[in-house]
Design a protein around this ligand. Structure first.
Ligand SMILES: Nc1ncnc2c1ncn2[C@@H]1O[C@H](COP(=O)(O)OP(=O)(O)OP(=O)(O)O)[C@@H](O)[C@H]1O
Length: 242
């Protein structure tokens, strides 16, 4: 396996009965890349992501994630990736500090390391004043930033983000993306789904899924040239409308 390619996918397919939710997709993601995984509702993004994070077995095809085979080594994949979804969030009834300690423990960090991580995270995110407050009392944008940082607590090679910024204002989304850039600059690969087309512009490369297939994959600049579009929203609309 090529070490620069931390995700390698070949003809990956998922069927639910006769329905093909993910239809023969092939792509690679490079180390440290911010890879945008776009598609309309129901295009198959979450189904594809679930196969890549080792919680759903593909029907056909091949995929290696962080060097491990999704068919035979799903447990190792789980140890080497971070995952953040809108649904899987932090515990509202634990404080900021308690959440960090809890997830640090789940990922097997030592007490000393958890303490260090908690201090760094709280400082970096400017959460010093609310470290002992229940997460449930924080604004959504703060929760998302904390949730992202917690998904990186075990220094995973790749982090999968499923619509991480849903429902927050543009300024908070921008701050969230600064955290993403920082992680990518430190070598973490980012695999992100989003419905916000301005966020697609921030990605190194973007794939666009339509009805289970990847219909386009390139840098935002090249996609705009290819589709003679002014912005990623136009690219998306041209593809989604066929
Ligand atoms: N367990 C399942 N059984 C049957 N069909 C499913 C199952 N999971 C997903 N599907 C179908 O597969 C298709 C792709 O769904 P998926 O959730 O992957 O789309 P998505 O691109 O992530 O959409 P969204 O942006 O709304 O999250 C949809 O038509 C969905 O109804």
């Amino acid at each position: 396996m090529n070490n620069d390619k931390v995700i390698q996918v070949e003809s990956l397919t998922k069927m639910f009965g006769d329905f093909i939710a993910v239809n023969d997709i092939t792509f690679d993601v490079n180390k440290g890349e911010i890879f945008g995984f776009l598609g309309a509702n129901g295009a198959g993004k979450t189904t594809a992501m679930k196969m890549l994070i080792g919680i759903s077995k593909p029907t056909f095809g091949k995929a290696h994630v962080a060097g491990f085979d999704v068919f035979t080594d799903a447990e190792n994949i789980k140890k080497n990736i971070g995952y953040m979804s809108q649904k899987f969030a932090l515990y509202d009834d634990l404080t900021v500090k308690e959440n960090i300690t809890f997830f640090g423990g789940i990922y097997g960090l030592s007490r000393k390391r958890i303490k260090e991580k908690a201090n760094t995270l709280i400082e970096e995110l400017g959460l010093g004043n609310v470290a002992n407050q229940l997460v449930g009392s924080l604004p959504l944008g703060w929760k998302q930033k904390l949730s992202f940082s917690v998904s990186l607590i075990h220094d995973p090679k790749i982090v999968f983000l499923d619509e991480p910024t849903g429902g927050v204002d543009p300024i908070t989304r921008r701050q969230f993306w600064e955290l993403i850039y920082k992680a990518a600059n430190q070598g973490t690969t980012i695999f992100v789904t989003t419905h916000y087309m301005d966020e697609a512009e921030y990605c190194d490369r973007v794939s666009i899924m339509v009805n289970g297939k990847i219909e386009a994959l390139d840098t935002p600049k090249k996609l705009k040239e290819q589709f003679k579009a002014a912005n990623m929203n136009d690219v998306f609309l041209k593809l989604a409308r066929g």
